[in-house]
Design a protein. Structure first.
Length: 139
């Protein structure tokens, strides 16, 4: 089940059923099942506080993923900074919607077991992101 929450940012339209269907398609490719996932859209300041409180990091980020998965079930909370998504969209010269979907799938891929701490892991993550984004016409 997918839940969408807005914390300290204005609500915007996001097709919950389309995201659920997309997650299901990616999960099938990854030989996983979609469990309970919450997308929490927030501001930079909100996510910075989450980063400080739970990860002891003192910097802005676009997403923090809390993984509650229990194989093969993929579950977790994805905190996404809308402020950071807007900045990244400009920096990467893509639409807000494209960058938002990239971050939404990035968090889901973390839940599927992918990481991005090393250069090699990051290359694989980008490849998986692009593969997933192509399913919905963004690549």
């Amino acid at each position: 089940m997918l839940e969408i929450v807005f914390e300290d940012v204005s609500e915007f339209s996001l097709e919950e059923s389309a995201v659920s269907s997309w997650y299901s398609s990616v999960a099938i490719q990854e030989k996983k099942e979609v469990g309970d996932i919450t997308l929490i859209f927030c501001s930079d300041d909100y996510l910075l506080e989450v980063n400080r409180q739970y990860l002891d990091h003192d910097y802005y980020t676009d997403i923090i993923t809390f993984d509650y998965s229990n194989f093969p079930l993929v579950s977790g909370d994805l905190f996404i900074s809308i402020d950071r998504v807007k900045v990244n969209a400009i920096d990467f010269n893509v639409s807000f919607e494209h960058e938002l979907h990239r971050v939404i799938i990035h968090g889901f891929l973390h839940l599927c077991g992918y990481f991005d701490k090393t250069d090699e892991d990051e290359l694989l993550m980008r490849s998986k992101e692009n593969q997933a984004l192509s399913l919905i016409g963004f690549v």
